[in-house]
Design a protein around this ligand. Structure first.
Ligand code: PGA
Length: 255
């Protein structure tokens, strides 16, 4: 049985004055914490503050990105060893906004994934197709290529990792994949890992992301291969995020 995991991706939101309050509000969710793992990924300068607010609670924290190298002359970048120093558990790699706005290729993302593992961080690998790719019937080959870039890195790269399927057309658009669409792609992702490492595939948490909110979480979470959510917009509202945690915990209870 896989324990559900819900991670909040704050993206480029949150100010010094509000970060602690939001983080604390998450820890006060009235849920069965044994049934769901919870993480928050604020912007880099807020990590320490958020960590201070949630430490001692079951809520973990992480970064939204990292550089592939562990140090060096890379102005404006953040390295894995520093995220580790900050007590991060997770780091998101290959988010579609990084792939799109910052031109990260599958190879760049694979190198970041490797850097995360090297620094004892749990990489949350984001994969997903654009609307254009889906309409052209290319959703599967696109996701397959994104997965294979990482699968080719090592014998068992997904051990100790998380994958988030985030169809780009569903991110921040209010348009969510149907539970069936999510399940279909999650099953493909699990089988791609399973073809090489059946054991790892069975335990690999597969999160769905893309306009997850309290209104749709309850139908997405119970899908067989949906093990939780990567939440953007809705994680900035404490009550919405708490409701999503509740839906995930309930799905975990039913598994
Ligand atoms: P969204 O973002 O929930 O605002 O669609 C999800 C994500 O980009 O991780």
């Amino acid at each position: 049985m896989r324990r559900p995991l819900v991670v909040g991706n704050w993206k480029m939101n949150g100010r010094l004055g509000e970060a602690e309050e939001l983080a604390r509000a998450i820890t006060s969710a009235e849920i069965d914490w044994d049934r769901v793992g919870v993480g928050v990924c604020p912007p880099f300068p807020l990590i320490e503050r958020v960590a201070g607010a949630v430490s001692g609670s079951p809520v973990a924290w992480g970064g939204q990105n990292l550089h592939a190298e562990d140090s060096g002359a890379f102005t404006g970048e953040v390295h894995g060893p520093l995220l580790r120093d900050l007590g991060c558990t997770y780091v998101i790699v290959g988010h579609s906004e990084r792939r799109g706005y910052f031109a990260e290729t599958n190879e760049d993302v694979a190198a970041k994934f490797e850097a995360a593992h090297r620094n004892d961080l749990v990489p949350i690998l984001c994969v997903g197709e654009t609307e254009e790719e889906r309409d052209a019937g290319r959703a599967e080959p696109v996701v397959r290529a994104q997965m294979e870039a990482v699968l080719d890195l090592a014998e068992d790269p997904f051990a100790g990792a998380v994958v988030a399927y985030e169809p780009v057309w569903a991110i921040g658009t209010g348009r969510t994949a149907t539970p069936e669409q999510a399940q279909e792609m999650h099953a493909l992702i699990r089988s791609l890992v399973g073809d090489r490492q059946p054991q790892t595939a069975q335990t690999l948490p597969l999160l769905y992301g893309g306009s997850v909110k309290s209104a749709n979480a309850a139908e997405l979470m119970p899908q067989a291969d949906v093990d939780g959510a990567l939440v953007g917009g809705a994680c900035l509202k404490a009550d919405e995020f708490q409701a999503i945690l509740k839906a995930a915990a309930q799905a975990g209870a039913g598994a």
